[in-house]
Design a protein around this ligand. Sequence first.
Ligand SMILES: Nc1ncnc2c1ncn2[C@@H]1O[C@H](COP(=O)(O)OP(=O)(O)O)[C@@H](O)[C@H]1O
Ligand SMILES: [Mg+2]
Length: 420
Amino acid sequence: MNAENTPDFYTGSPVDATDLKFREEFVEDLWRSLRSQHVILTAPRRTGKTSVMDYMRHFPRGFRVIAVNVQDLKHPADVFQAILDALYDEHPDFVRDRIAARWELLTKAVEKVGEVGFAGFKIALRHSDPDWRANWRQHGEKLLHQIRGQDDSVLIIIDELPDMLQSLHTDDPDLLEQFLAWWRKQRLPPTAPHPKDDRVRWLVGGSVNLKGSLSEWGFVDLVNDLDDLSLPVLTRAQIGEFVRDMLSGRAVRFEKAITGRIIERLGQPIPLFLQMAVQDLYRLWKKLPTKATPDPAPLTVDDVDAVFDGLIRSSAAQDKLQHYYTRIRQYYPEPRRTAAYEVLRQLSLAADGLTRRALQQEFDRVCDDGGHELPQHDRRQQFNQLMLNLENDFYINEIEEDRFGFASGVMQAWWRKYYA
Ligand SMILES: Nc1ncnc2c1ncn2[C@@H]1O[C@H](COP(=O)(O)OP(=O)(O)O)[C@@H](O)[C@H]1O
Ligand SMILES: [Mg+2]
């Protein structure tokens, strides 16, 4: 490693395909699964889903790959407009010469783009049918039909789908169900070819456990054909490699022991926090007074502690962590919402975690205080569901038999500082 090929630090944006490390095997798994199935990729926020998706787009394997982020979309019609727009963006000739063939909606839009002064394909597309919203099924089906008539396969990546489904659930639960049922039909025989023979392949991603939310709304059957792959957590060896490459590549000297300390302070390593911490270490080292001397002082374990203590106060981290706090309000129904905040507050204060029994008592107390009079059986079930949600959403993990703690050390420290 030298300065030229040492990757940049990424502290929020997806990692460029050419800088992405540690995901080769997982990307292999994804392509393998996509040969015969449609796939859901789940992992918590800021762990590297979009980076992996960008990588697949950058290094496609026999597919034309397009990706849309549907986080802020509110309607199935918007999804298909976004897909068409992305397809045109990445493969304009393919759309103009093949997908648009004998499809008036698209031919009109493509013609418009050529007109002087016209703002672009996306707008032309929106204007191509004044009733887009009412006609989303028809346009969606036509798009899939057109792709299936080509020799090329298209991988459609839908990022942050659970967010969109959540807002549909809030605005129009019937439409949510119609969309999910329709979409399932479009993935499976007899309406669609078997996935392995289909020219269309779906890869869906999200930060929230999609199947979890859907089973709560009673719709999990509508996505049970999707193969579930979860992004692996970085291993100790990978973290060590990252620290070494990023620091040595910048000629930073450090004591060997810092890697262990970084691992300890990170807890469950959320890659974003790893990047932030190592970047801060690098910045700290640059400021050390001895740096300019022929034999600069190496970074120490104390420096690691100073960096982590500073990290949770930094506005950069604040902003990312706040998401984890807020999304409970968005995704957890009562009484689980209040109980989640209470459980996490208690756990943020506990150095060695808490037992399941202690957490259950906390849960019971929240139910009593909030006037949620649930029969014992329902209460137990709600509690189990809460624990499952908190584990799946990466807040907590089982540190030893029957004892739970915060998964991320950074998150725990932050939670303690601001919400305990
Ligand atoms: N393979 C990786 N190695 C190191 N850091 C990574 C890796 N993948 C992601 N990151 C870190 O995570 C951050 C978020 O990545 P992103 O792909 O946008 O995650 P997600 O889509 O899961 O929210 C990046 O800015 C970077 O700090
Ligand atoms: Mg993402």
